[in-house]
Design a protein around this ligand. Structure first.
Ligand code: AMP
Length: 407
C-alpha cells in the first residue's frame, strides 16, 4: 500500500491571554487537532485540545503558562504524542491582526517583514505584539522551518474597501503621510464565511451581496459585494465599531478629551478603559461574556441593558450596510463565539430588522449553536445564516500555497 505523504500546516493565533493552535491537513482540508492555551500568565492557565477524527478532548492544567511555555508544551508534548512525525509539518501560519500601511497580503516572515509587523503595533496594540511572540517562539521550536513561517493578516481582505469608506474626515495629510485610515480586521473570518455561504447556496460569490457579522469577544461586521469587502466596522485599529466584550466600539472622540482634560486621566488609563473595561464588561460591571448577559437578561438591569445596547448597535450597522449594495443582501451571516451560539442576540437583532423583511425562524434559531450551520430565517425572509468560522483553514491554505509558490 502506498502511504499518503502527509503535509500539515501548524496554525498559531496568539492573543494577549490565549493562544489558539491547529494542525491542518491542507490536502484533505481538515483539522487534525486543534486547541487553546487559555488564561495565560495566571494560576488557572490550561491547555485544552481536541483530536478531530475521534473527537477525543483533553484538558491539561499547568500553572503560570506563558506564550513561550505553551508553544513548547504544544510542540514537545501534544504534537509529538499525536503526530507520527513532526516533519510532516511543512509550514507554520500565523494569524497577524494588522499588516499596517505596507503589508497588505500574506508573506513569508523574515527579518525585514518582522520589523514591519513590529512597526504596525500601534495599529493593533493589543494583538500584534503577541503575533510577534508566537513567531519568535515557533522559530525556536522548529529550527528546521526557517523561511517556512507565513504571516496571514486580518486586514488583507479589506484592501478592497473604497476611499469613501476607508478615509476619515480628518486632514488628508494624516492619511497620506501616516496611513491613518480604516483598515478593518477579522478579514480572514469574513472571507471564510462569505465563501462558505456562496458554496452553501450554490451561487457564484461574484454575484452575491453578503453582510457578515463576526461576533466574538471582539466583533466586526462587513459588507461584502461580489466577494469583496466594501465596508467594515473596525477602523484604523480593532477598537472602532460594534460594542464588544471589553471594547467600547464607536464613541464620540470628545469623550477622550473629557477624560483627559476634566477627569485628569492619563493616556494609558484612557486606553485601558476603552479597550479593557468597556463594552459588555463596562455596562454589566461584572462580565465580558455574552453567556452572563443571556443568563441574567431577565433578572439584572445591567445585563438587560447590555443585551439591548449590543443588539441595537448591531442592527443599526446591518441596516446601514444595505446602502453599500444598492439593494437588500442575498444573505446575512452570523459567526464567532456569540454569532454561532447566542440565540438571544440573533433573535433580538433580527426582530429589529423586521421592517426590511428579516424574519427569524425561532425553532431553528434556538437549536442552532455549538458548531451547527443552518439558515435561521423563514423561507420568505432575507436569508440569515449561522456559519461557524474556520479561520485556521484559510491561514493554512494561504501558508501552504505561498510556500509552494516560493519553493
Ligand atoms: P470568540 O472570541 O469568537 O472565541 O468568542 C468568545 C465569546 O463568545 C465569549 O466571550 C462569549 O461572550 C461568547 N459565547 C461563547 N459561547 C457562548 C454561548 N454558548 N452562548 C452565548 N455566547 C457565547
Amino acid at each position: 500500500m502506498i502511504r499518503k505523504i502527509e503535509k500539515y500546516v501548524l496554525v498559531l493565533n496568539c492573543g494577549s491571554s490565549s493562544l489558539k493552535f491547529a494542525v491542518i491537513d491542507v490536502i484533505e482540508q481538515e483539522k487534525i487537532l486543534f486547541g487553546t492555551a487559555e488564561c495565560l500568565n495566571s494560576k488557572e492557565s490550561r491547555i485544552i485540545y481536541q483530536r478531530y477524527r475521534d473527537q477525543k478532548k483533553e484538558t491539561i492544567l499547568i500553572k503560570n503558562l506563558t506564550h513561550k511555555r505553551s508553544i513548547n508544551f504544544i510542540v514537545q508534548t501534544i504534537l509529538l504524542k499525536n503526530l507520527e512525525n513532526l516533519n510532516s509539518i511543512v509550514g507554520i501560519g500565523h494569524r497577524i491582526v494588522h499588516g499596517g500601511k505596507e503589508l497588505n497580503r500574506s508573506v513569508i516572515i523574515n527579518n525585514k517583514i518582522l520589523k514591519k509587523i513590529q512597526e504596525s503595533v500601534p495599529f493593533a496594540p493589543l494583538h500584534n505584539p503577541f503575533g510577534i511572540i508566537g513567531f519568535k517562539e515557533a522559530s525556536y521550536a522548529f529550527p528546521n522551518l526557517k523561511n517556512k513561517q507565513v504571516a496571514v493578516f486580518d486586514t488583507t481582505f479589506h484592501n478592497s474597501i473604497p476611499r469613501e469608506s476607508h478615509l476619515y474626515a480628518i486632514p488628508y495629510y494624516l492619511y497620506k503621510k501616516y496611513g491613518i485610515r480604516r483598515y478593518g480586521a477579522h478579514g480572514i473570518s469574513h472571507q471564510y464565511v462569505s465563501e462558505k455561504f456562496a458554496k452553501i447556496v450554490k451561487k457564484d460569490i461574484k454575484k452575491l451581496n453578503i453582510i457578515s457579522c463576526h461576533l466574538g469577544n471582539g466583533g466586526s461586521i462587513t459588507a461584502i459585494v461580489h466577494g469583496k469587502s466594501v465596508d467594515t466596522s473596525m477602523g484604523m485599529t480593532p477598537l472602532e465599531g460594534l460594542m464588544m466584550g471589553t471594547r467600547s466600539g464607536d464613541i464620540d472622540p470628545s469623550i477622550i478629551f473629557y477624560l483627559y482634560n476634566v477627569l485628569k486621566m492619563n493616556v494609558s488609563q484612557i486606553q485601558d478603559i476603552l479597550t479593557k473595561k468597556s463594552g459588555i464588561l463596562g455596562i454589566t460591571q461584572v462580565s465580558n461574556d455574552m453567556r452572563f448577559v443571556e443568563n441574567h437578561y431577565n433578572k439584572n438591569v445591567h445585563a438587560n441593558c447590555a443585551m439591548k445596547m449590543y443588539c441595537y448597535r448591531l442592527s443599526k450597522y446591518i441596516a446601514s450596510y444595505f446602502i453599500t449594495m444598492n439593494k437588500f443582501p442575498d444573505g446575512i451571516v452570523f459567526t464567532g463565539g456569540i454569532g454561532e451560539n447566542s440565540v438571544m442576540v440573533r433573535k433580538i437583532t433580527m426582530d429589529k430588522l423586521k421592517i426590511f423583511n428579516v424574519k427569524c425562524d425561532e425553532k431553528i434559531n434556538s437549536r442552532t449553536k455549538f458548531g451547527k450551520c443552518a439558515m435561521i430565517s423563514k423561507s420568505d425572509s432575507i436569508p440569515v445564516w449561522v456559519i461557524p468560522t474556520n479561520e485556521e483553514l484559510i491561514i493554512a491554505k494561504e501558508t501552504f500555497d505561498l510556500l509552494k509558490e516560493k519553493s
